[in-house]
Design a protein around this ligand. Structure first.
Ligand SMILES: [Zn+2]
Length: 393
């Protein structure tokens, strides 16, 4: 027995004594390309959005993997955030039939969360659900098809800043002319339910100005905090902020004033509004205008992400929903998600998106998990979808 093999066997022995094993060990022992080994490898990169260096390493790993199997790839960076575009035939072809998209970055986690754990039913680790399971599945798909890759027309786009705005990823490709017939971007919509809406968002700053005076002589001043809070009450009252309503408002930051004994001449609030349609957004703007104009409050749009509605009847989405039902028995009725994701960029150019999570939970938290069987099923569904939609004569 050579020394290398002996080391591997020792590692395997240790692993088998653990109730749960870490995948880096299993990867060494098996060394064949499986969904599990790919997911463990991708999870092992600590790709927190701000860590550009680690995201670069993860991206080059995926790049090498895809190129080795015949994909044409292009690596780019915007503000230091790496992205990777790949196509089965020609990397300059940015209007593929199907685009498989995903983000490599994750929100902050402890080091231990990047060693994927395997239990009877689950894979546990940061990013397994949001959304490295999809990246691993795309890689496995390319491995499955490698000898016959040229018979398919699909692209893969991996970005690394979704959790911190997404501005340095997909928008640049769209500006260059990226326009698939359909985009698969599994990043929201739980338990196989394809997302039929992800809310738009509006981050606003409201600034009120007034006049200073001594705190004991308030009639000589003009209190900016009072003006601002009155306007905020009026605006907030136009939202129900109940679970039944898709539209919400949150006043996240409020600042103003320097001393208890001074009438403040300045106050500012930062507000997070979520809305379900662009028509609704226009109504919200009217309500805000009514509450702020008379009080001379300045309104600034810090960030606006479009609402992204998708119909299950869309001819590119329906076949995927049907495959889900055939493989899992789950009836797909659609799901409205309150948070936003990168599908909003595609909604802006009328590209239908298929976004869904497989059964799993705790994304953005410790103990993030996915169901192992569902992961396999997702991969089967993806393979069949690509076979039916992206295979070309
Ligand atoms: Zn995500």
């Amino acid at each position: 027995m050579n020394k290398h093999l002996a080391t591997l066997m020792r590692k395997s022995d240790i692993a088998s004594r653990l109730q749960t094993t870490t995948l880096s060990q299993r990867f060494l022992v098996g060394n064949q390309v499986t969904l599990e080994s790919l997911l463990a490898k991708v999870v092992s990169y600590k790709t927190i959005s701000y860590d550009k260096a680690t995201n670069r390493k993860a991206m080059s790993y995926v790049d090498r993997f895809l190129r080795k199997r015949g994909m044409k790839t292009r690596y780019v960076e915007h503000n230091g955030h790496p992205s990777l575009y790949a196509h089965t035939r020609d990397v300059n072809f940015i209007q593929p039939t199907v685009l498989l998209a995903g983000h490599m970055d994750v929100v902050y986690a402890h080091d231990r969360d990047f060693r994927m754990q395997v239990t009877d039913k689950h894979y546990v680790g940061r990013g397994v659900l949001d959304m490295k399971f999809a990246i691993a599945s795309y890689m496995k798909l390319v491995d499955d098809l490698k000898s016959n890759l040229k018979a398919y027309d699909f692209g893969i786009l991996i970005t690394s800043d979704e959790e911190i705005t997404g501005r340095d990823g997909i928008p640049h490709f769209i500006q260059e002319g990226l326009k698939p017939k359909v985009c698969i971007l599994p990043d929201g919509g739980f338990d196989w339910q394809i997302q039929t809406l992800s809310n738009g968002f509006l981050f606003l700053a409201l600034t009120a100005r007034g006049k200073n005076a001594h705190g004991s002589l308030p009639w000589l001043g003009d209190n900016a905090i009072l003006k601002l809070t009155a306007a905020l009450h009026e605006i907030t009252n136009t939202f129900s902020n109940t679970p039944e309503d898709t539209d919400t408002i949150n006043i996240g930051i409020i600042e103003g004033g320097n001393a208890a004994n001074q009438v403040p001449d300045y106050a500012r609030a930062t507000v997070d509004i979520r809305y379900h349609s662009e028509e609704r957004k226009q109504q919200i703007f009217k309500n805000i205008e009514r509450a702020t104009a008379s009080r001379n409050i300045e309104v600034e749009v810090i960030e606006n992400g479009l609402a992204a509605p998708f119909s299950l009847d869309n001819p590119m989405i329906r076949p995927f929903a049907e495959l889900i039902t055939t493989e899992t028995g789950v009836a797909v009725e659609g799901m409205k998600t309150r948070a936003s994701n990168d599908t909003r960029f595609f909604a802006g150019i009328n590209v239908p998106c298929i976004s869904l999570y497989i059964p799993g939970g705790k994304h953005h938290a410790e103990g993030e998990w996915i169901d192992r069987k569902s992961f396999e099923q997702f991969h089967t569904i993806l393979g069949k979808y690509i076979e039916s939609q992206a295979r070309q004569p």
